[in-house]
Structures are given as C-alpha cells and as structure tokens.
Design a protein around this ligand. Structure first.
Ligand code: SF4
Length: 401
C-alpha cells in the first residue's frame, strides 16, 4: 500500500505486518480460565460429562472460578468427587505467576507477572477514593514505539491469550483478598471496580483475545465488572475501532497526544498509517456515544513539544461534536527518555483553555512513580535490566534526536 492510499483509507484491513505474532496455543493441560462458555462445554463433554448436564456444570464451574476465586478443583464442592478428580487430571485453573509485587507510597500496586514461555507482563492496581482501577496489559512488549512510552522500547514478543488477560484481573483480586467469603455479605464498594486496557501493548492489535477476555470480565456470572467501568485505550488502530465498538462495547480512550499530523507522526508513529482525521472519523462513529459514555482523549504533556495554547485550541476544534473528556497526563520520565514534563503553569494554562471550551480536562496525578508504575513507564523488569540506555536509544532511534 502506498503512503497516500494508507492515509486516505479508513476501512483498510490491517496488514500482516501489523497483525503482530500469531496467537500461541496454550500448551499442557488446558487452562479453564479464559475459555468461553461454549468451549468449556465442549471440553467438559470430552471429559465425559453428558450433553444433558454440560450447561449446568459450566455454570457451576464458572461460578467457582470467577465468583468465588477458587484455585483447586477440590474446592468445587457442588461437583461430585469423581468429576473433580477427572477435571484436575485434565485441566488447570492457573493464573499468571507473580514474580514481584511492589507497593508504592501512594498505595499503587504493580505486579510483574510470568506467563507461558517465561515472558513477563505488568499489571497495575490504582486505588482512588471512589474506585479501584486495574490497568491490564494485552501484549508482551509493543510494536508501536511511541516516543514517550517506556513499553514501546521493548520489542513485541507476542499477544496475550484471553486466559492471560483475564488472569491479570484474578491475580489482583487474589492479592486484594476480594473473593466472597462463605456466609459473609460482600462489601458494597469493590476494591477492584474498574479495568483499563492501558498496560503493555496495543489492545486493538489483539482484538479477538481482548474481546474474549472482556466478555468474561463483563459477564454477570463471570467477574461481573460492568461494561461502563472498562476502558479500552488505543493508539489509533482505526480499522479496528468499529469492531471494538460492536464486539466489545467498552468505553473508548484514544492516546492522542498531538494536534497536528506532523507532531503526532513523531510521538505516535502509527499516525503515519492512520492520521488524525481518520481517527476522529472513527471516534465520531463509535457506538453509544453520549455524555454518560464519553471518549477519553489522553494527552501527555511534553515540554516544548505539544503543550502550547495553540495546541489546546486545536485540540478543542478536533474533538468538536464528540462527547469527550481530555485526560492531561504530566509526562512520567523513565531512564533514557528524551522528553521532559511540561511545567505545571503550562499544564494548568492548557487545561484552562480546554475547560473553557466545555470539556472536562482533569490533570492525572502521577501514580506509583516511585515503582515505575505510572502511565507509559511499564516494562518488564528483565527487559529493563537487560538493556542499557544506549541500547534503548539505538532501538528507538532516540539517539539520533
Ligand atoms: S503508548 Fe501504548 S501503543 Fe504506544 S508504545 Fe506504549 S504501549 Fe505501545
């Protein structure tokens, strides 16, 4: 495809170079976490459960796994002993393994998790007064190399499976002790109430697995987190946005970060393929947009790069007509970063212009900075240790700046 074609085509299918690596089949005994109901049903029938009983058994097992958080088949006391033994011989209920767990001074928890193949991803839990948000990863590494993002300096290894995505939520629930205790009424306010797909990776380069995982997270008999408490954040994979709206249906966030193609081409290189105008068209067409279901535009404040009054005014014009909120993110530095955080007065002046135009523009307080858990800082520890600053600079081209 030529550059001109790619810039004008909104509906072009994603080319293979953007489809990332193939999904890996999960090896060893099948993990029941992440399996859609129909696949779990088939798996049970293969184990010897009768067709007549299969639906009921799926319901029971779902409830044990996702509502009670059990980790052993033996704890599923509504199943006959023989069936529990058969299930344990064939399947697992395995979460990603916690390699490290760091707790920030502000209560943010960062989990480094090991998944199949020895790869590592991070998930971050951010407690706030009115909610508790888990930021989950969708890929190991990322292909997109956004220049303000630490994850982007780590090469893509593979897409996460639904099991590995759902597993991050379950690990956090385990750690927060948020599974109901028999005989006790569950607390009204959940510790883990919201999920954002803003961790490592681009969720819309792994749309099928993210969809299957979110279906389980949203399912009333699954992890039961409402669709409107989940936000999928994309850097702008324009052709996948309608599918995300139709097949997943969560709230949408866009990593915008610039108001001209010239600047965005540099900060978010995917913009060269799908520029701002195409991205805005896809946003305008996103289903169910309303004041209750606004699109969040994320905008990282970079000193001298994207933070002028003119940028703020252009931003307001770009999103005109879209029910939206602007999330201003003071840049979170990481080792080797070439950008600097905008001054606070600049951030405030920018926010003021956006606010006066009628858009909420909260400035996101950096969270978990002391454990490198803030936005754009995620990167697995082994990778971090392995690479020197110079290597990172060469890989990203930042050394040339
Ligand atoms: S901001 Fe998101 S899409 Fe860009 S490099 Fe980082 S993880 Fe990838």
């Amino acid at each position: 495809m030529t550059e001109t074609q790619s810039k004008t085509s909104v509906t072009t299918a994603i080319q293979p170079d953007f489809a990332t690596l193939p999904r890996r089949a999960e090896a060893g005994p099948g993990n029941l976490i992440g399996l859609p109901r129909d696949r779990m049903r088939e798996a049970l029938i293969e184990t010897g459960v009768t067709e007549k009983q299969a639906n009921m058994r799926v319901g029971q097992i779902w409830s044990w796994i996702y509502q009670r958080g059990v980790t052993e088949f033996d704890q599923m006391t509504t199943l006959a002993k023989g069936l529990r033994t058969d299930l344990a011989a064939r399947f697992t209920i395995a979460r990603p393994e916690i390699v490290t767990r760091q707790v920030s001074r502000d209560g943010t928890r960062k989990y480094l998790l090991r998944i199949a193949g020895g790869h590592e991803v991070e998930a971050v839990y951010i407690p706030e007064e009115d909610r508790g948000t888990l930021c989950v990863s969708s890929q190991v590494g990322c292909t997109l190399s956004c220049t303000f993002c630490h994850t982007g300096t780590q090469k893509l290894v593979r897409n996460l499976t639904p099991s590995e995505i759902v597993g991050q939520v379950m690990v956090a629930r385990d750690d927060l002790g948020e599974w109901p205790v028999a005989g006790e009424r569950p607390p009204e306010k959940r510790l883990l109430s919201n999920v954002v797909l803003m961790g490592m990776g681009e969720p819309l380069y792994n749309t099928d697995n993210v969809r299957d995982a979110m279906k389980i997270v949203m399912d009333g008999e699954g992890l039961s987190i409402s669709r409107r408490r989940i936000t999928l954040s994309t850097s702008g994979v324009v052709p996948e946005i309608p599918r995300a709206g139709a097949e997943i249906g969560t709230l949408l966030a866009i990593s915008l970060h610039a108001t001209t193609d010239e600047v965005r081409d540099t900060l978010v290189p995917i913009n060269r393929k799908w520029p701002i105008a195409a991205l805005m068209d896809a946003c305008r067409a996103y289903p169910r947009l309303s004041n209750a279901e606004r699109i969040t535009f994320e905008y990282v404040m970079l000193k001298g790069v994207n933070d002028t009054d003119a940028d703020a005014k252009r931003l307001v014009q770009l999103i005109a007509g879209i029910p939206a909120k602007i999330n201003l993110i003071p840049f979170n530095p990481w080792p080797g970063a070439v950008h600097e955080r905008s001054d606070w007065e600049r951030i405030e002046a920018f926010a003021e212009i956006v606010n006066r135009a009628g858009y909420a523009s909260p400035v996101r307080t950096p969270r978990g900075e002391d454990i490198l858990a803030a936005c754009g800082q995620l990167k697995s520890a082994t990778e971090r240790a392995r690479k020197s600053r110079a290597q990172i600079a060469t890989e990203t081209g930042l050394g040339r700046c």
